[in-house]
Design a protein around this ligand. Structure first.
Ligand code: NAD
Length: 271
């Protein structure tokens, strides 16, 4: 525990693992009580926090308004306030405009875009009271599209619009709203995705990976008094990826580029 313990409460969605867990740990270390909200594994992850009574697991399907109402009611009943909302839960399907099934569109938009809005709506009465902070976990793909990430990229671009709109709507309430946009992060979900796309050795060969801890520390900064001066922006944590034309490839050294992007050119394995 680095920070001084206090009464403030942070709600982090998708926090049972991956980036969300990194964020929950950073806020916990900064002194927050943390609600770990996830569709699965929330209680088990919360039980690993020490002291355990400053973390609570909340089962939450972020795309469901009633689930949000129940989750907020539980948190308020136990701790009586909400100071920080981190909308992190997300899915990253691969698809093109033509290959996207309607059900995939609805599911992705439901989790990645409607979910954050429902979270903002459910938590806002409490965030107004605390003059609190909202952080949405976006992606460099919100502003730097990549082929094959159609519905994901659209959902994250929408999340950027939501971020700016919420920041403006609540300027006078003292509630800030920002987006943190990580580059590539080695998480359980990303490993499954990469294995499904024929890259079981991920993340070997990938340079400049962002870590879940990096994302957590950025979020922890945004909720400090100095960080509260930042509002309505995208904070990229991608070593400059978003600024590069060659966006999909700047992470990869030459050999790995061939391996990851041009399978027909893969070099023979070294004996
Ligand atoms: N990993 C990366 O390279 C990367 C890069 C940029 C942005 N992101 C974003 O970061 C966020 C977290 O990604 P990750 O890599 O840690 O993913 P992950 O799959 O490892 O973890 C996601 C967590 O969200 C939970 N979740 C999924 N659907 C949910 C739902 N409907 N309701 C509640 N919880 C749900 C899962 O149970 C899981 O615990 C996502 O929004 C993702 O788009 C990830």
């Amino acid at each position: 525990m680095d920070g001084k313990l206090d009464d403030r409460v942070a709600v982090v969605t998708g926090a049972a693992r991956g980036i969300g867990l990194g964020i929950a740990l950073s806020l916990f270390r900064a002194g927050f009580r943390v609600a770990i909200a996830d569709i699965e594994g929330a209680a088990a992850t919360a039980s690993t926090f020490d002291p355990a009574d400053r973390a609570m697991g909340v089962t939450l399907e972020v795309s469901n308004a009633e689930a949000w109402a129940n989750a907020v009611a539980r948190i308020i009943e136990r701790w009586g306030r909400i100071d920080v909302l981190v909308n992190n839960a997300g899915v990253s399907p691969r698809s093109t405009p033509e290959s996207t099934e309607e059900a995939l569109w609805d599911r992705t938009m439901g989790i990645n875009l409607k979910g954050p809005w429902l979270g903002v709506r459910a938590c806002m009465p409490w965030l107004k009271q605390s003059r609190g902070s909202i952080i949405n976990i976006g992606s460099t793909r919100a502003t730097r599209p990549m082929r094959g990430l159609f519905v994901y990229g659209v959902s994250k671009a929408g999340l950027l619009g939501l971020t700016r709109q919420v920041a403006v709507e609540h300027l006078e309430d003292g509630v800030t709203c920002n987006m943190v946009a990580p580059g590539w992060v080695d998480t359980p979900g990303e490993r499954v995705i990469q294995a499904n796309y024929g890259r079981p050795d991920f993340p070997i060969g990938v340079q400049n990976l962002t870590t879940s801890e990096d994302v957590g520390e950025a979020v922890a900064y945004l909720v400090t008094p100095s960080g509260k001066k930042v509002n309505g922006v995208v904070l990229y944590l991608d070593s400059g990826l978003h600024a590069a034309d060659d966006a999909g490839m700047v992470y990869l050294p030459d050999v790995a580029r061939h391996r990851y992007h041009q399978p027909q050119n893969r070099p023979e394995p070294e004996s």
